[in-house]
Design a protein around this ligand. Structure first.
Ligand SMILES: Nc1ncnc2c1ncn2[C@@H]1O[C@H](COP(=O)(O)OP(=O)(O)OP(=O)(O)O)[C@@H](O)[C@H]1O
Ligand SMILES: [Mg+2]
Length: 423
């Protein structure tokens, strides 16, 4: 038995967060030993717009996390998200190689490989292949066919694709820092790993990571990941609206927004009308504003933007075709999930139950990371724990497919490591 180091780098629009954890086989826990968050530069709506700035931010964050952990980060799972993410469900069929015996891993691999064979634009890359269910000789709904007897094996898979240019740019940053990419993980999926309960997954639920520059969505239906998307709106839009509405700088607007949610986060908006004004004198804003009308701030600025973003989320749910299969409702996470009025507005606009998702299932230095804004960050190491990594000498050209049937959620996962496009 040996302990394994699992690292994650969450490259967000507002921050780059690095996490180092020990996967201890002895007590089956993931213990965080290093963590850092650094303000992001060079990322907009999940897309890299300035590679040098991104590289230096990752370097700063990684170095600080390494120092805390007392370990060098040689390889890491890396988050990708933003509107360049797309998803589709595909189907693969194979004849079982030895029908006299039982279905084996090799048959499953071939079925998944067949489902992966879709025509894809040269500008896109598959980053996730997640089997939804298997069909053996016409019998659907099978989670793990290995060991069953059958002649014909079919698989329904969920595929997530991303812009190749963006992946290449991220890969360049990592290469410059000598970090091997263990795999790109869709940030919405990583967040789902950190905040979704097994029951919610089984019932059907929508995970919404309301980040700074974008909102990632993952829909689980019948226990399987079934739809992924990302919309180009995030909590920064609320900051912008506050800046414009109150005629203050973006920095002041951000401070007002955080102060507002600190005062009223757990109250419903109806209750916060009691004091008519928000006293912000302790913020000592350079604009010399001491009082802000709550009606103007909450009803006039924050709510309309939240409603708009929830309308887009609602449209994605309808577009997915799984709207009737998500009785567990919305689990909202990401830094924006702390916005005032977030749950009641969501319930009203989308018409589904909703709760805030805080990352969990980890031990160690956890206090700081148990915050919605680190859902993706924590999710990266949980994802890493479930998906085998390979120790690679050079970390290059291992275009190898790995598979791991996880016992807990019984969803077979397949990870493609995208090293082949390193220029
Ligand atoms: N307590 C809070 N109340 C309201 N908003 C908050 C709070 N804490 C963080 N935020 C907002 O959350 C946003 C950052 O969220 P997060 O850290 O999830 O983004 P990110 O991962 O860097 O970006 P993205 O995932 O969009 O690329 C910022 O707009 C910030 O203002
Ligand atoms: Mg994020």
């Amino acid at each position: 038995m040996s302990d394994k180091l699992i690292c994650g780098i969450d490259v967000g629009s507002c921050k780059v967060a690095t996490i180092v954890a020990v996967d201890s086989e002895k007590n089956n826990e993931l213990r965080i030993i290093g963590f850092n968050t650094t303000s992001a530069r060079g990322v907009k709506k999940g897309l890299i717009v300035d590679i040098d700035k991104v590289t230096s931010t990752i370097e700063e964050s990684v170095e600080k996390a390494e120092r805390m952990a007392g370990h060098k980060i040689k390889q890491a799972f890396v988050s990708v998200g933003g509107p360049h993410i797309a998803s589709l469900n595909s189907h693969g069929v194979v004849a079982v190689a030895n029908p006299q015996a039982e279905i084996n891993d090799n048959d499953v691999d071939r079925a998944i490989e067949a489902a992966r064979a879709i025509s894809l634009s040269t500008t896109r890359q598959i980053i996730e292949v997640s089997p939804r269910d298997f069909v053996v000789d016409g019998q659907p709904g099978i989670k793990n066919p290995v060991g069953m007897s059958g002649v014909r094996l079919e698989v329904n898979t969920h595929l997530i694709t991303a812009s190749l240019t963006n992946l290449k740019n991220l890969e360049r940053s990592l290469q410059a820092l000598d970090i091997v990419n263990s795999g790109f993980v869709f940030s919405g999926l990583a967040s789902a790993e950190a905040v979704l309960t097994d029951t919610e997954k089984e019932l059907g639920a929508v995970v919404v990571d309301f980040g700074g520059g974008k909102t990632d969505i993952c829909i689980y239906a019948e226990g399987a990941l079934s739809y992924s998307a990302s919309i180009p709106f995030g909590a920064r839009h609320i900051t912008n609206d506050i800046a414009v509405g109150l005629r203050i700088s973006l920095e002041s607007a951000e401070r007002v927004k955080l102060f507002l949610s600190k005062q009223f986060n757990h109250k419903v908006v109806k209750q916060i009308k009691k004091p008519e004004t928000l006293n912000v004198s302790e913020l000592q804003l350079p604009e010399n504003i001491n009082e802000i009308s709550l009606k103007e701030l909450v009803d006039g600025i924050v709510m309309p933007r939240l409603e708009e973003i929830y309308k887009f989320i609602g449209e994605e749910i309808v577009k997915s075709g799984f709207g009737e299969m998500v009785p567990a409702g919305l689990i909202i996470t990401g830094g924006g999930a702390l916005t005032v009025g977030i749950t009641e507005t969501g319930r009203r606009v989308v018409g589904l139950p909703i709760r805030q998702g805080v990352p969990g299932r980890v031990a160690g230095l956890v206090d700081e990371v148990l915050d919605p804004q680190f859902a993706t960050t924590v999710g990266l190491i949980l994802y890493g724990k479930q998906n085998n990594t390979i120790e690679s000498g050079s970390g290059k050209n291992f275009n190898q497919i790995l598979k791991n049937f996880t016992i807990g959620n019984s969803i077979g996962k397949l990870k493609d490591f995208f090293k082949q496009f390193i220029p």
